[in-house]
Every structure is written in structure tokens, then in C-alpha cells.
Ligand binder design. Structure first.
Ligand SMILES: [Zn+2]
Ligand SMILES: [Zn+2]
Length: 425
């Protein structure tokens, strides 16, 4: 296996993605350059609408926003033909069929950035070394830039090893992981329906450099809710009784949501993150919009808190004679790693001898929509794992000062390649 020169390319690729971050469903430059590379390597590609079930899409921006982001992607070096072929939907499934019967092994890499401004001071390496984000308010502060670079490294090595493998390799490059928006629509399109094995990997996550985690556990099931209240505007002094106050309905809802009773079966979370309402000081507010998220330790608890939240929203609207439109802007579920696959990957990764420490299980405490793929694969008897690639980080995930230890990426490639080869040989 030839890893010479790969480490330098991994860093170069990661820094390029880092400089041009794109948020969920707008990863046009990113997606087109990944597709171009995979095609050049010899993979068979499916793009955009071929891998996204549009009826299941959540949290995608308006067509105007999509159009302006396509323009930005083109101006920043995106591949025009591939961007056209995406038909407005970012997402890639690349396949290598060895031509020999064997398992289908799917690997997931996420492509989106976080909506946070990157730190531009010299204390932050990307700024100091000239690869900080050129897109205002957007930053790869979760490490997905590294995931994509690792994914392309894995693609390259596995292609060079194809003669020693049997079965099919399927590389999934997913949009919109942040906010749990992209995986569900790809899962619903069937991209892992026939997969025997599924792997996803996250860098950092509180795990230091030199450590590899075989199983990230405890992802919370979550629903992201957009609630838009509409009432009736009226003069606040002359005819307040003719108005229907959407602002008060939303305020009541905010308090009601945060007082949903906890569940005795386990942890639950709810957060009203934003509330915007009204038009003017002397006008009864005729609209209010809220961005809410609910989470649960199990899918059942998450279902409980979500259904109570819907009741609170509807009840609050009714109380003020207002209307409320409720939509899902994202959703993730829970999933547990498959024991047998964890055993195989543990043996393989430990056998490589490149990590100072290999942990069995690390607790997540966040949410992740790769859980949809994991559940789907496990539901038809396949196996799935979600692993962690330790990296020292300079600030918490989703912080503008976040940076990774780039030297760990090469070992991420080696681990994924070794596990895949073990499953396919
Ligand atoms: Zn994140
Ligand atoms: Zn992430």
C-alpha cells in the first residue's frame, strides 16, 4: 500500500475546503470538487437528485439562497458541469465495484460547515497561515473539512488496492449534517438499503490526538422545529381588541415549551433558540417565528418531547386566536454500534499499532444524523459503527477558534482503509 506523499495532500485538501466553507445544502463548490476527484480516480458516481429524496429534505434554504450560493461556488472554482448536474441538491454516492462477489461496504463523510465566524487573529493558525474562511460567517469549525480530505484519501488508497478486494465500496458524501438535515433524505432514497457494513467517523469530539475510539455512543435523538405564528395586526391603542397577538402566543409557547415535564426513562432536552416577532411599537404583532430543538436519550423520549412541543405550540396559538405553522427543519435518531463490527474494527485498528490508545466506547452527548444510515443498515441485518478519530483541538467544536491537529488525518485514512480491506478480503 502506497501512502507516500499522502499526508501532504491530505493537509492541502483539508486547507482548501477550510478556506471555502459552505453550509448545509449549499456545498456546491465542495461537492463538485469531490465528485471531480472521485471520477478521476475511477469511481462511478451518482449525484444530487439521484441520491436525495426531495420529499424528505429538511432545513434546505430557499431557492434564492441556493441560486446565490451556486454563483459563489462558481466564482470560487467549483466545477460548472458537475454543479449543473447536481440540480440544486448537494450529495454524492461514489461506487467501486471490484467485479468479485462480496460485501457492500459504505462509508459516510459529511461536507457542510458551521454558521459561525472564524477567528481572524494571528493566534489562530488558519488566519496566520492563510487558509482561513473567505466566506463571512461560515467556518469549518466542526472538522468536516478533515472528514472530506480523509474520505478522498481513503478513496485513493482503496482504488489502488482494488485487485485485492471483493465486493463493492460505496463512498457517501452527505450534505447538511449540522442541524441533522441531510442524512435522512439520502437514507430515504435508499443509498444504504443494500449495504452490509456502514462506517462513519468524526474527528475531535473531546478525544485527544493519538487515540482512536471504536464506538461513539449516546447520540441523542433530535428534532429541529421551525414554528411560525401568524395573527392579525391592529392599532395598539385604538383597536387592540381587533388584533390577534402572535408575539404573545409565541412568548407563551416559549415558556410552555421549557416547562414540558421531564421523562422518567432518561435524558431529554428542549431549547427555544430564537424568537423574532412584530413589526412596530404601536402595532399588535401579527407574526412571530421561533427556532426550537428537542432531544431525547431514546427515540421514544424524543417522540414524547416532540409531540408535547407540538401541543404546546398549537395550544399557545389557540389561546391568542393566532395560527401556527410547524415544520421539521432537521431530525436525527439514536443508534448503537454493532458489536461484531466493533470487535472486527477493534482487532484491525489495534493491529495497525499506529495509535497510542484505542478506546472501546466514548460518550457523545450531542446528535448526529448518520444514525439514520446506521439504523437502516442494521434493520436489514447489516452492521454499522460510528468511530472517533482523536485530535487535539484549539477550541470547542462550533467555535471560531476551532482548529484540529492535521497530523492525525493520515492515521484516520489508515484505520478506515484497514477496516474496509478486512471486511472485503
Ligand atoms: Zn458540528
Ligand atoms: Zn461534526
Amino acid at each position: 500500500m502506497d501512502y507516500s506523499g499522502l499526508e501532504g495532500r491530505l493537509i492541502k485538501t483539508r486547507r482548501d475546503f477550510h478556506k471555502y466553507p459552505e453550509s448545509g445544502w449549499t456545498e456546491f463548490r465542495t461537492c463538485s470538487l469531490i465528485a471531480q476527484r472521485l471520477e478521476a480516480l475511477g469511481y462511478t458516481l451518482k449525484l444530487g437528485l439521484e441520491v436525495i429524496d426531495t420529499d424528505s429534505v429538511m432545513g434546505r434554504p430557499s431557492e434564492n439562497v441556493i441560486a446565490s450560493n451556486i454563483q459563489r461556488a462558481l466564482s470560487q472554482g467549483g466545477n460548472p458541469e458537475i454543479i449543473t448536474a447536481l440540480h440544486g441538491y448537494t450529495g454524492i454516492v461514489a461506487e467501486l465495484d471490484t467485479g468479485r462477489p462480496g460485501p457492500i461496504v459504505a462509508l459516510r463523510f459529511d461536507m457542510d460547515c458551521v454558521e459561525v465566524q472564524e477567528d481572524m487573529t494571528d493566534s489562530h493558525r488558519p488566519a496566520r497561515e492563510g487558509f482561513s474562511s473567505v466566506n463571512k460567517g461560515l467556518c469549518h469549525s466542526c472538522g468536516h473539512d478533515a472528514h472530506m480530505s480523509i474520505g478522498l484519501g481513503v478513496a485513493e488508497i482503496l482504488m489502488s488496492e482494488r485487485d485485492n478486494l471483493r465486493g463493492k465500496i460505496r463512498l457517501i458524501f452527505q450534505p447538511g449534517e449540522e442541524g441533522c438535515r441531510g442524512a435522512y433524505a439520502m437514507m430515504r432514497k435508499g443509498v444504504v438499503d443494500d449495504a452490509d457494513y456502514f462506517m462513519a467517523l468524526h474527528i475531535g469530539m473531546g478525544v485527544p490526538s493519538g487515540v482512536f475510539a471504536l464506538n461513539i455512543s449516546g447520540y441523542l435523538a433530535t428534532t429541529k422545529i421551525d414554528a411560525d405564528f401568524s395573527g392579525v395586526p391592529a392599532h395598539a391603542a385604538a383597536s387592540p381588541h381587533k388584533g390577534r397577538n402572535a408575539l404573545l402566543a409565541a412568548c407563551s409557547a416559549a415558556l410552555g415549551l421549557h416547562s414540558i415535564a421531564p421523562h422518567s426513562d432518561g435524558a431529554m432536552r428542549i431549547n427555544v433558540g430564537t424568537l423574532n416577532a412584530g413589526t412596530g411599537r404601536n402595532v399588535i404583532a401579527d407574526h412571530a417565528s421561533m427556532r426550537i430543538e428537542t432531544r431525547g436519550e431514546t427515540q421514544e423520549i424524543a417522540d414524547y418531547v416532540y409531540s408535547r412541543a407540538v401541543e404546546v405550540l398549537k395550544g399557545a396559538a389557540m389561546m391568542y386566536g393566532a395560527e401556527v405553522k410547524i415544520s421539521k427543519a432537521g431530525e436525527g435518531t439514536t443508534a448503537e454500534g454493532s458489536a461484531e463490527m466493533m470487535r472486527i474494527s477493534g482487532e484491525t485498528v489495534r493491529g495497525l499499532g499506529i495509535f497510542a490508545k484505542v478506546e472501546d466506547t466514548v460518550f457523545a452527548g450531542a446528535s448526529e444524523d448518520a444514525t439514520w444510515f446506521m439504523r437502516r443498515v442494521q434493520s436489514h441485518g447489516g452492521q454499522a459503527v460510528y468511530m472517533g478519530l482523536g485530535s487535539d483541538i484549539t477550541a470547542p467544536h462550533h467555535n471560531g477558534k476551532f482548529d484540529i491537529d492535521e497530523s492525525v488525518m493520515i492515521n484516520g485514512v489508515k484505520a478506515l482503509v484497514a477496516i474496509t480491506e478486512r471486511l472485503m478480503s
